[in-house]
Design a binder for this molecule. Structure first.
Ligand code: UD1
Ligand code: UDP
Length: 357
C-alpha cells in the first residue's frame, strides 16, 4: 500500500516525524513524501528533517511563498501529475495550511482517499486563512483523525458521519514525548542566548491577523517591549513577522529576538520559560505539555480546553491589555486535563490507514 504524505510548513514537519516513523514501521506500507516547498529556509524546514530524523522528501514541488490563490493553485498544478503518476492508495495531510488544502483537493478530485490529521479544529473565525483550509479539507476527507472530543463535536455539527471520524489523540503530544528527553540532553540554547531556567518569557508571533495589520503588530510590539522592562523576553522571529516589521520600519529593542530555532531548542525554551506568549496553535499546546502558563495573543483559539482549564488566557491584541495579562499570568497554573491522548496517536493513525484503505 502506498500512502502519499503532503507537508510544507514548519508545524507539519513536527507532526510528520512520529507519523512517518509509525507508517514506515508497518510492513507493506510505502510512504511517498511530498514537500510543497511552502517553507524553505533551513531554519523553517531543513533543520526539522535533520533533527527529527525524517526521511528526505521524495519530491519537492518548490512552491516558495506567494499569495493564497497563487500558492495553493501552483501547488495543485504541480501536485496533480505527481499523484497521477504515482497512484497512491491514500493521501495524508496535516493541520490547516495552504499545503494541506492543496493536497486534499488534488487527491479528492482524483478520487484518492484523503486522510486528515488534526481534523475538526475550529476557531469559528472565517477571516483566518487556516479556518477556510481546515473546513474545506475536513469536508473532502475520508478519514478524519481528531485530537480531542471538541473536534469530534465540531465535525458532527457539520454532518460529517461518525464512521469517518477516529479519535486518536494528538501527534504533537507523541512528538513531545519522543523528543522531550533528547531536547533536555542536547539543547544548549539557554546558555547560548544567556537566559536562566524559569527566568524569561518566550514569545512567538506570526499569524497573518497579527502581522499584516500595522496597528495590531504595533500593539504587540509595544506590549512585549513593556513586559521586557520587567522580565527578559525571548522571541524567535518568524520570517513573516521579520518582513512586516521591516516594512513598518519598527524593531524590538528590549525583547531579545533570535532566528527561528530547531525543535529541540524550541522545546528547551518552552519547558524552561516562566510563561509563553504566542499566537501559534502548536506552541499553545506545547506550553501546556510542559506545565507553563500561556497567554494567547488572538481573539480566539481552536484549543478551547486549555482556556477552560485555566492554562491559557486569550488576549485580543488590538484592544486587550497585553502587558497586564502577561504579568498577571506568570506563576498561574490550570486544572489537570486528560486530553490529547496517550502518546500513541501516530501508531493508531498508521494502523487505521493500513486497515481501512
Ligand atoms: C503558514 C501557515 C500558517 C502556519 C504557519 C506556520 C498558511 C495560510 N499559513 O503561515 O497557518 O501557522 O505557516 O509557521 O498556510 N518565509 C520565508 N522563509 C520561509 C517561509 C516563509 O522567508 O521558509 C516568508 C515569506 O516571505 C513568505 C512569508 O514568510 O511570504 C509567509 O509564509 P507563508 O508560508 O505564506 O505563511 P506563514 O505565515 O508562514
Ligand atoms: N517551533 C520551532 N521553532 C521556532 C518556533 C516554533 O521548532 O522557532 C515549533 C513549535 O515548537 C511547534 C511548531 O513549531 O511545534 C509550531 O509551529 P508554528 O508556530 O510555526 O505554527 P502553528 O502551530 O501556529 O501552525
Amino acid at each position: 500500500m502506498k500512502i502519499a504524505v503532503v507537508v510544507g510548513a514548519r508545524p507539519q514537519f513536527i507532526k510528520l516525524a512520529p507519523v512517518s516513523r509509525a507508517l514506515r514501521s508497518l510492513p507493506g506500507i510505502t510512504e511517498l513524501l511530498i514537500h510543497t516547498g511552502q517553507h524553505y529556509d533551513d531554519s523553517m524546514s531543513g533543520v526539522f528533517f535533520d533533527e527529527l530524523e525524517i526521511a528526505r522528501p521524495d519530491i519537492n514541488l518548490s512552491v516558495n511563498s506567494g499569495g493564497h490563490g497563487a500558492m495553493t493553485g501552483l501547488m495543485m498544478q504541480k501536485l496533480e501529475p505527481v499523484i497521477q503518476d504515482h497512484k497512491p492508495d491514500a493521501l495524508l495531510v496535516f493541520g490547516d495550511t495552504n499545503s494541506t488544502l492543496a493536497g486534499a483537493l488534488v487527491a479528492a478530485k482524483l478520487h484518492i482517499p484523503v486522510a486528515h490529521v488534526e481534523a475538526g479544529l475550529r476557531s469559528f473565525n472565517r477571516k483566518m486563512p487556516e479556518e477556510t483550509n481546515r473546513v474545506l479539507t475536513d469536508h473532502v476527507s475520508d478519514l478524519l483523525f481528531t485530537t480531542s472530543s471538541d473536534a469530534v463535536e465540531n465535525l458532527r455539527r457539520e454532518n460529517i458521519s461518525d464512521d469517518k471520524i477516529f479519535s486518536v489523540g494528538d501527534v504533537m503530544y507523541d512528538a513531545a514525548l519522543h523528543f522531550g528527553e533528547r531536547a533536555k540532553k542536547k539543547s544548549r540554547i539557554l546558555d547560548d542566548i544567556g537566559v536562566e531556567t524559569k527566568g524569561f518569557i518566550l514569545a512567538t508571533i506570526h499569524r497573518a491577523e497579527n502581522t499584516d495589520a500595522p496597528h495590531v503588530l504595533t500593539k504587540i510590539v509595544d506590549g512585549l517591549e513593556a513586559v521586557a522592562k520587567q522580565h527578559p523576553v525571548v522571541l524567535p522571529l518568524h520570517p513573516r513577522t521579520a518582513a512586516r516589521l521591516k516594512d513598518m520600519g519598527r524593531q524590538f529593542e528590549r525583547v531579545q529576538t533570535i532566528d527561528p530555532v530547531g525543535y529541540l531548542d524550541m522545546v528547551a525554551l518552552e519547558s524552561n520559560a516562566m510563561l509563553v506568549a504566542t499566537d501559534s496553535g502548536g506552541v499553545q499546546k506545547e506550553a501546556y505539555f510542559y506545565g507553563v502558563p500561556c497567554v494567547t495573543l488572538r481573539t480566539e483559539t481552536e484549543w478551547g480546553e486549555l482556556v477552560e482549564s485555566g492554562w491559557n488566557r486569550i488576549v485580543p491584541p488590538s484592544d486587550g491589555d497585553i502587558e497586564g495579562n502577561i504579568l498577571d499570568a506568570i506563576g498561574t497554573t490550570g486544572k489537570p486535563i486528560e486530553i490529547y491522548g496517550d502518546g500513541t496517536a501516530s501508531q493508531r493513525i498508521a494502523r487505521i490507514l493500513a486497515a481501512r484503505i
